[in-house]
Design a protein around this ligand. Structure first.
Ligand SMILES: [Fe+2]
Length: 340
């Protein structure tokens, strides 16, 4: 249904235009003799069309249009201005302020009706189109959110499956993931990227499911063959996490594949170097190494947090991205609290 706002300080003219428009369009016509009252009304109500007189005592038609165009959402409201003045300069000012149709009185009923009908129809079509687009966008966003929630549940299920076999490894992944999130925040990753990293980080080492338990649990120094078997876990993890082609699974697969790459290109599986390593991989590499150092291995005892931090700093620029190591040093106190 159309809603036309008519503004004229002269009541008889106001009533006349209101009646004519009501007859033409059949919708609602809202008359105002005070343009300021009309502005308040239009601040909360979207009209199909505005018809405004120019000559009004407190606020003329051009001033009214300039104010209306400043109201959010009223930038494109169709406006017809009527005036008894045959003034070219005024017409230019009115059109410049945003008037769509400028009519000099007297106006024939047919001419007035054709402009009213044309603008009202255009606006109705425009409003319908915008409404449909809004609805489609809302629907798409809702569907996207539901799919993402399903992905999160699937990633959590993979994390639980991993924890069932290796609870200690799952706890290390969780801690490294939390450190990675703090590092991502510290280096000013976007809120969306931090959230994605948070959701993906607790499965980055899941490829270890593909390594024989006796190899993972060996207490002896690793043979070259065992080392090669363990190194396959990065690519294996990426394969597990490639079961779905979605933002979350892609992010998780990227982290799994790249968490053992080294800044100097001597890592695995792809020997990527420097910025060629995805940022999430460079972040989780630092967090993963820090957590690993604080846990005992067959070839060395567990390090304290301070010693592990020093070791990571020594390997800045060789093993690790220097910018991430600097970020780690800046937030070392916060990470200390995370562990306690
Ligand atoms: Fe790993």
């Amino acid at each position: 249904m159309s809603r036309v706002v008519v503004i004229d300080d002269y009541e008889p003219t106001l009533r006349m235009y209101a009646a004519a428009i009501e007859k033409m369009l059949g919708g609602e016509v809202v008359p105002f003799s005070d343009p300021r009252e009309a502005l308040h009304y239009l601040n909360g109500m979207e009209p199909t069309l505005c018809v405004v007189d120019y000559s009004m005592p407190d606020m003329d038609g051009v001033e009214f249009v300039l104010e209306l165009r400043g109201v959010p959402g009223r930038e494109r409201t169709p406006i017809i201005m009527l005036t008894g003045k045959d003034d070219k300069e005024l017409k230019n000012r009115a059109l410049g302020a945003g008037v769509n149709v400028f009519l000099n009185k007297p106006v024939t009923a047919d001419e007035f009706a054709s402009h009213v009908r044309r603008l009202a129809t255009q606006q109705t079509v425009q409003n319908d189109r915008e409404g449909e687009l809004r609805e489609l966008k809302d629907r798409a966003e809702g569907a996207g959110r539901r799919l993402h929630a399903r992905d999160r549940e699937a990633v959590d299920a993979i994390a639980r499956a991993y924890a069932a076999r290796d609870a200690e490894g799952a706890a290390k992944m969780k801690l490294a993931g939390e450190i990675a999130v703090m590092l991502a925040i510290e280096i000013r990753c976007s809120v969306a990227d931090v959230q994605l990293l948070r959701e993906a980080a607790h499965v980055y080492d899941v490829g270890k499911l593909c390594v024989a338990e006796k190899t993972l649990g060996t207490t002896a120094l690793l043979s070259p063959a065992s080392r090669a078997a363990i190194e396959k876990h990065a690519e294996a993890g990426a394969e597990i996490l490639s079961i779905a082609d979605s933002r979350l699974f892609n992010a998780a697969a990227t982290m799994a594949r790249s968490h053992h790459e080294r800044w100097d290109g001597m890592g695995y599986p792809r020997k990527l170097k420097g910025d060629a390593i995805p940022l999430s991989g460079r972040i989780i590499a630092v967090a993963d190494a820090l957590v690993a150092m604080m846990n005992a291995r067959p070839d060395r005892p567990a390090m304290t947090f301070g010693h592990a931090l020093d070791q990571v700093k020594r390997e800045s620029g060789t093993h690790f991205d220097p910018a991430i190591v600097e970020a780690l040093d800046r937030i070392k106190d916060k990470i200390g609290q995370l562990r306690s």
